[in-house]
Design a protein around this ligand. Structure first.
Ligand SMILES: [Zn+2]
Length: 350
């Protein structure tokens, strides 16, 4: 039994099932020899569950985790059509429920902080339904109400492209996140309604103006589920010191992204490097935000990650590196899942 139960702020496993690559939700229950997550490897690595992203890929741009675009020019995919987005989102939501059903009690879609804590305590794999981008939500927010009732508990208003609500941060290196305008009027209404319903708002793919608009409007803790430190890796997807200070002031949190291009100082998508680079980002986050506001947000199944944490079964390597760096048991418990439970309990209505 691994020593720590890791609940994680971001994966793209539902996208694996959605893409026609021969892996379906049912395969998640047995050990796979590809991808980053399945139930068997999760148990081996102490991966207790995480945020499962419902994400609509651009139909014309297939970005495989192993073929990253050239980021010396900002990478901004075009907006996606609403009807296409709804179809893709419904399919991924349905796959998550099909997985829950097929697992016969081994996987649970969690909707409250108590359910999440109970799953962690009892070794039931916890899946939190997260939307990475609001393309499948209409301006009148009808879909938001329905998706919430179905189990959506976290929403990234944008992925790195424009929507009717906001403008995602184009991915560029080196670059400030301050690219493009902030929230639209519909985006402001969306933030308000998320606050009322208790849906967590994820800032990871926001550009800087959008970030500050949410910071001003939202009554909930500010959270970036899968972003790193801009001062250590100056990609537009990482958070500036000023943004980190606002997250701390709101008592929110940041989940460490394992994507090599968001960790490595030189922005290289190079996975053959020691885990020190992850430790450095975590050290910085703990120092700047405090021990209760830092967690993990791997981006497993959505990005190229360091070989030493090359799938969920290897997560004990990260724990070992953090122990070597002086992290004590209390802090490791907080980072592994307690901080996520804490901030979700503060944000959700239950
Ligand atoms: Zn992402």
């Amino acid at each position: 039994m691994p020593e720590y139960s890791i609940f994680d702020g971001h994966n793209d496993t539902l996208l694996r099932f959605y893409r026609d690559e021969g892996v379906t939700y049912g395969d998640f229950l047995s050990e796979l020899d590809s991808g980053h997550i399945d139930l068997i490897r999760a148990r081996r690595g102490g991966f207790a569950g995480g945020f499962f992203a419902v994400y609509v890929p651009n139909p014309e741009h297939r970005i495989a985790p192993d073929s990253m675009p050239d980021l010396s020019k900002p990478f901004v995919p075009p907006a996606v059509d609403f009807a296409f987005s709804q179809g893709a989102a419904l399919r991924q939501m349905a796959d998550l429920f099909r997985l829950e059903e097929a697992s016969k009690g081994q996987v649970k879609v969690v909707r409250t902080a108590d359910e999440l804590q109970d799953c962690i305590d009892r070794g039931i794999f916890a899946a939190l339904m997260h939307f990475e981008g609001a393309e499948a939500i209409d301006e009148d927010l009808n879909a938001l109400e329905v998706f919430y009732k179905a189990g959506m508990r976290s929403l990234g208003i944008v992925w790195s492209r424009p929507t009717i609500f906001a403008h995602g941060v184009p991915i560029a290196f080196p670059s400030s996140p301050d690219i493009g305008p902030g929230l639209t009027d519909a985006g402001k209404r969306l933030v308000k309604r998320c606050n009322e319903l208790g849906i967590m708002i994820d800032l990871s793919h926001m550009n800087e103006k959008g970030f500050w608009d949410v910071a001003e409007l939202s009554e909930a803790p500010l959270v970036a589920t899968h972003s790193n430190v801009h001062a250590l890796c100056p990609i537009s997807r990482n958070l500036t010191d000023k943004q980190l200070d606002a997250i701390k002031a709101s008592d929110g949190m940041v989940g460490l992204n394992f994507a090599t291009g968001f960790l490595n100082e030189d922005g290289a998508w190079d996975s053959d490097r020691p885990l020190d680079v992850m430790v450095r980002h975590l050290d910085y986050l703990v120092e700047r935000l405090g021990e209760t506001r830092v967690g993990l947000g791997s981006d497993y199944d959505g990005a190229r990650v360091p070989d030493l944490v090359g799938d969920v079964s290897k997560l004990p390597n990260l724990i070992a590196a953090l122990k070597d760096a002086g992290y004590d048991a209390g802090l490791l418990q907080k980072i592994s899942h307690q901080n996520w439970v804490r901030v979700l309990r503060k944000t959700w209505k239950a």
